[in-house]
Design a protein around this ligand. Structure first.
Ligand SMILES: NC(=O)c1ccc[n+]([C@@H]2O[C@H](COP(=O)([O-])OP(=O)(O)OC[C@H]3O[C@@H](n4cnc5c(N)ncnc54)[C@H](O)[C@@H]3O)[C@@H](O)[C@H]2O)c1
Length: 289
């Protein structure tokens, strides 16, 4: 099957593209390399440098595709509001309009940020209260997606090539570098390993609807540091700084995806941290042709 992966040179997109190639698909990756890297595009995928905000480039990249996995985004949850609106909403809208025109199935990575300060656990049908411009732009994009789209709300994803807090701490703690905790460290997140997110994305070929993709458990920053300490066998040097404006608790209710699609997170936090510390990658890193 021919598929397009937007943002396929980024963290999750490169893992997804690698898996799609390994499964025998004809994979086109489109990315403007604003944060992604060409060398992360797997061998066997066809790379197009392009911007999702340009309808003609998107149409060309989508030619003869059965599905588009739309991951390209300004993925920094503390990013600039104008960029979030332009790339995460308007760019997504362009991809969705082109997909509808060419009859291409949409699989879209939304985010737990759409829930904002809503009560935990976050269930798909609760009222979303995004607080960040990033969360607001993702919710607007969800609402612009074609009716039969498969949308996953990804919680905090980590793994080789990731850029979030798990990856940052896994890089710094073994080197005895200082790590900074903003606030008291009791804020929680639901950390999900990248291969589990890829498993969920692949369900998008045959399904539609909105589904949470997390583990169903929440871990405080202080607990996360303890786990990395234990797995890396290195004592962390922690500095506390003034609290930032951020969501206090985040935890997915994963009942819907479990019940309806049989998806389960397979990698537990300790194991996933071990894989990040080893720098494990499923396929050797070689640039695309
Ligand atoms: N990593 C997480 O924890 C997480 C959580 C929830 C949702 N998500 C979503 O998953 C998707 C992938 O996130 P990621 O962590 O891999 O981020 P990433 O930054 O590694 O990947 C995003 C990719 O999109 C590309 N891109 C950005 N703007 C573009 C544009 N205008 N045109 C074409 N390409 C563009 C970047 O170069 C990059 O390669 C994003 O949509 C993000 O919002 C990620």
């Amino acid at each position: 099957m021919k598929v397009l992966v937007t943002g396929g040179a980024g963290f999750i997109g490169s893992h997804l593209s690698r898996r799609l190639v390994a499964l025998g698909n004809d994979v086109v990756v489109m990315d403007n390399l604003s944060t992604g890297k060409k060398e992360h595009v797997p061998p066997g995928a066809h790379f197009i440098k392009g911007d999702i905000c340009e309808p003609l480039t998107v149409s060309r990249a989508m030619k003869d595709c059965s599905a588009v996995f739309h991951l390209a985004a300004s993925a920094d949850a503390r990013g600039d509001a104008d960029t979030d609106y332009k790339v995460n909403f308007l760019g997504a809208q362009t991809v969705f309009e082109r997909a509808a025109k060419h009859n291409v199935k949409v699989v879209f990575t939304s985010s737990a940020a759409v829930y904002g300060d809503a009560k935990v656990p976050h269930r798909e049908d609760i009222q979303c209260k995004p607080v960040s411009p990033y969360g607001k732009s993702k919710l607007k994009a969800e609402r612009a997606a074609p009716k039969n789209s498969f949308i996953i709300r990804v919680f905090n994803c980590y793994g080789p090539r990731g850029k979030g807090v798990v990856n940052t701490f896994c890089r710094k703690i073994p080197e005895y570098e200082d790590i900074t905790v903003y606030g008291n460290g009791l804020q929680t997140r639901d950390y999900v390993y990248v291969s589990d997110v890829v498993d969920a994305l692949l369900l998008g070929f045959d399904n539609a609807g909105v589904y949470n993709v997390g583990t169903g458990s929440e871990t405080s920053l202080l607990n996360l540091i303890d786990v990395i300490h234990k797995v890396a066998n290195a004592k962390p040097h922690v500095t506390f700084a003034l609290a930032r404006q951020e969501v206090a608790r985040s935890r997915a209710d994963i009942g819907k995806i479990r019940r309806e699609l049989g998806w389960e997170p397979k990698i537990q936090l300790e194991e996933g941290i071990g894989l990040v510390l080893q720098g494990t990658s499923p396929v050797p890193e070689k640039p695309a042709a």
